[in-house]
Design a protein around this ligand. Structure first.
Ligand code: PEP
Ligand code: MN
Length: 413
């Protein structure tokens, strides 16, 4: 799981799946009342419905606008579901605030409207940012960066499918992008199977697939009479189907959360890229003699004569957890094994399940020189290294090069 966004009573990115559901458009006062009731009965946590509708062609129904926001606020008064609705212009911000909108949705068409994103970044309102239908994952994350850059970290990324060549679908739901955003961003991730498929017979399957890929929230279009919906009827499911989708998705979410504990410990936290481990040349024989429990294998990769540093690459994920938090760490090698007959030996390290390495006195000194505390509060007398990203590389390398005890240095790329 990635970061968390709190929107009123909603906790998006926590262990529970958050379901936002409702008709594509806010259609009338009565319909809003009925549909919020139905969404709540169906297990939704929030009501998602558009008062401002971006339309591909002019002249089409483009929403009830402020009148719609009034209906949404009124239904919320009665049924209590937080409101998620699309904002298309900076000029509407005060209107959204006035009507107590809980989550400001930025649609696919505005996904790279940087002036809108920057303005939303200056507020503290939760923003649900859809991916542009032609945006790469990096552009999507970059757009989110526009909001967080100005101090608003309450952003939920929402994958809603990208342009497809296949006429059977409205968009191509990019499940990999959900998994990618989970791993490469600190923001919670939502999936919108309605726009991602464009067809009601695919919504349930696509939703479950996204939960398996790590979606923290779902955005589902629901309508009590889809054939007569003012917009997007083809992709709206019925309230009964929502109830089943919510039930199964929540069960799957539990399984996902459980499975990730093991995955993150073993593999996932290595993420992409490498963790590089350095050994000093003169320590290698000593390390070769050491045996012990295999916790994580690293593959020796290059050997740099002039510096006497051997570089290795993590093969297995047990060390990876540390990569999430640290750029460097110095520790002692506690075990080593090698595979015979192969030119590339495998080294095994034990980290005692901790993402901090025990410091040597020398490196402690270096850390103190950088003005950082080295005290380990839980184990007095043992100094502990926690080299966060700001820690100067030179100092770490210097400590590594000079200290006499066998040391290893981990560096994440
Ligand atoms: C919508 O959520 O109804 C909508 C217009 O979505 P998108 O911006 O993803 O097309
Ligand atoms: Mn829609």
């Amino acid at each position: 799981m990635s970061g968390r966004v709190y929107a009123g009573k909603l906790d998006i990115g926590g262990p529970e799946l958050v379901v936002m559901a409702g008709p594509c458009s806010t259609e009338s006062r009565l319909h809003t009342m009925e549909m919020m009731h139905a969404a709540k009965e169906g297990g939704a946590d929030a009501y998602r419905s558009g008062a401002f509708k971006p339309r591909t062609n002019p002249g089409e129904f483009d929403g009830l606008k402020e009148e719609g926001l009034r209906y949404l606020a009124e239904a919320k008064e009665i049924y209590g579901l937080p409101i998620v609705t699309e904002i298309m212009s900076t000029g509407h911000i005060s209107m959204f605030q006035e009507h107590g909108v809980d989550i400001y949705q930025v649609g696919t068409r505005n996904a790279q409207n940087y002036s809108l994103l920057d303005e939303l970044g200056k507020l503290q309102v939760p923003v649900l940012l859809k991916r542009g239908k032609g945006s790469t994952v990096k552009e999507w994350l970059g757009a989110a960066g526009h909001i967080t850059h100005f101090g608003n970290s309450n952003v939920i990324l929402c994958e809603r499918g990208v342009a497809t060549i296949d006429p059977e679908f409205r968009n191509l739901g990019d499940i990999t992008a959900v998994a990618y955003a989970q791993r490469h961003s600190k923001l919670p991730v939502a999936f919108d199977p309605s726009h991602a498929t464009g067809r009601r017979d695919m919504v349930y399957q696509a939703a479950l697939a996204s939960v398996s890929a790590g979606a923290d929230a779902l955005l589902i279009e629901v309508h009590d009479d889809p054939d007569f919906a003012l917009t997007d009827g083809k992709q709206c499911i019925l309230p009964e189907e929502l109830a089943m989708l919510v039930k199964h998705s929540r069960q799957l979410r539990q399984l996902y959360v459980e499975s990730q504990k093991e995955y993150n410990f073993r593999i996932g936290s290595v993420k992409s890229g490498r963790v590089t481990v350095y050994f000093r040349q003169n320590e290698l024989p000593l390390m070769l003699e050491t045996t012990g429990e295999d916790r994580s294998a690293i593959r020796l990769k290059t050997y740099d004569e002039p510096t006497g540093i051997l570089q290795a690459r993590i093969k297995d994920g047990a060390l990876g957890k540390f990569k999430q938090h640290y750029e460097h760490a110095i520790g002692r090698l506690t075990s080593f094994t090698s595979t015979s007959g192969k030119s590339v030996p495998i080294v095994s390290l034990s980290r005692q399940g901790s993402s901090s390495a025990i410091m040597t006195p020398y490196s402690a000194e270096a850390v103190r020189a950088a003005g950082k505390s080295t005290l380990n509060e839980r184990h007095p007398g043992v100094e502990r290294i926690e080299l966060k990203r700001r820690y100067p590389t030179d100092l770490v390398l210097d400590a590594f090069a000079t200290y006499e005890d066998p040391l290893i240095l981990f560096r994440t790329d």
